[in-house]
Each structure stands twice: as C-alpha cells, then as structure tokens.
Design a protein around this ligand. Structure first.
Ligand SMILES: Nc1ncnc2c1ncn2[C@@H]1O[C@H](COP(=O)(O)OP(=O)(O)O)[C@@H](O)[C@H]1O
Ligand SMILES: [Mg+2]
Length: 207
C-alpha cells in the first residue's frame, strides 16, 4: 500500500480538492483505493458519500478505529488545516508521500513557511525519507500573483509537481462526488492535463 497524505496547516489551500482527485484517479486506474478524512469538517467524507456508485469505487477509511484494510493499494489522506503538531508527525510517519497544495497569496506563503518549518523538524523528513512535493493551486495564468507563487516555490526544497488553474469546475464536480477524472469530457481535458506531472510523480514514488 502507498499512503499519499495531502497536507498544509494553511486552511483552504485545496487539500480536499487534491485528495478527492487523487483518490478518483487511483480508483479509475483500477487500484483498490481508500480515502481517509482526518478533518472534523468531513468534506471529503461528504464528497465520498455523494459519489454515485456507478463511478469507480473509493473506500472510506477511518484511521481512528484501526488500520486500513490490507487490500487497499493506495490510501489518500485528507488532512485538516487544524492538524496539531503531534498529529502532523503521526501523518508524516504513516505516509510515503506528502503533497502540499499552496495558493497564490502572501498569507498562504506565510502559512506554508510556518508549516514547512515544523515539517522539517520531523525525523523522516529530516532524514530525507519522504517524497514531498508542492501543488500550486488556483493559479490564474499570466497574473502577478501566479508569478509570485512560482518564485516563492522555486526557492523551496521540494518540486512543484502540478500547477492547477482556478476554475469553477472543481466546485461543480464536488457537488456530485465527482472529479475531473470521472468526467472524461473533452471540455475539461486541459484542466485534467495539469495533473499529469503529479500523477506521474506519484507513480514513480509507488513501492
Ligand atoms: N483550482 C481550484 N479552482 C477553483 N476553486 C478551487 C480550486 N481548488 C480548490 N478550490 C475551492 O476552494 C475552496 C477550498 O478548497 P479545499 O479543497 O476545500 O481546501 P482545504 O481542504 O485545504 O481547506 C473550495 O471551495 C474548493 O472548491
Ligand atoms: Mg479540506
């Protein structure tokens, strides 16, 4: 099993959007996929509950009540912004890969720096034993904010594996428990393509 944790203690950066999309992608690939929602807001659990049974199945996993079932090949963990320091360490310990979404704003830069400062004190991260990457999220192409975010992330240690544009499609798809990978319409192909480097990266991380 590979565990992918989507983390950033900065709120609203796109953790649930990224987590639900990664789960939908793995499920579509035919991998037995679990989704663990650690957030009390239960946004991804709600998304999963709304997901039609006609779409590739994703299994809800409750990490509080025990270990994920053995047959799960990919477990995606959707972490809350309000993750306590000890809980961040627990997630990092359990995960193989950390995906950190970041928005183009100075508040998100500051919040992300604070998160990274803590992350880098955690042993497996310090020892370089975790694959870690960024997702630049809600990017508006050719804006100063997007350029600023690129420059900010370029200074940091981890690679940026996706740049996702700002589009209402994410909110609209979430209503139906869906994702860009479920709605294989040509209209959304450009948005879907933005995920490909991240999906390839995760394939390379897979045990
Ligand atoms: N790339 C995007 N384009 C447009 N809206 C987005 C995008 N990513 C996330 N959102 C929206 O931003 C809000 C916060 O995203 P969410 O995934 O819930 O973040 P988090 O889980 O980190 O709090 C949601 O309303 C979501 O639909
Ligand atoms: Mg969330």
């Amino acid at each position: 099993m590979m565990i992918v944790a989507v983390v950033n203690t900065k709120g609203g950066s796109g953790k649930t959007t990224v987590a639900t999309h990664l789960a939908a992608h793995f499920a579509r690939r035919g991998l037995a996929t679990g989704l663990a929602d650690l957030d009390r807001q239960q946004s991804s659990a709600g998304w999963l509950a709304r997901r039609p049974y006609t779409l590739p199945a994703i299994h809800p996993v409750d990490l509080e009540t025990g270990k994920p079932p053995k047959e799960i090949a990919r477990l995606v963990v959707d972490a809350p912004a309000a993750l306590k320091r000890k809980a961040v360490a627990d997630v990092v310990e359990a995960a193989d890969v950390l995906v950190i979404p970041v928005l183009p704003s100075i508040f998100d830069e500051d919040g992300t720096l604070r998160f990274l400062k803590h992350l880098e004190t955690i042993k497996p991260v310090k020892k370089g034993k975790r694959d870690i990457c960024f997702v630049a999220n809600r990017v508006k192409l050719r804006t100063r904010a997007a350029e600023r975010l690129d420059a900010f992330l370029a200074e940091l240690t981890y690679p940026v594996m996706a740049r996702l544009r700002d589009t209402q499609s994410y909110a609209n798809l979430a209503v139906e428990g869906g994702s860009l990978f479920d709605a294989q319409t040509a209209r959304l192909a450009d948005y879907r393509a933005e995920w490909q480097p991240l999906l390839d990266y995760l394939d390379n991380c897979a045990p």
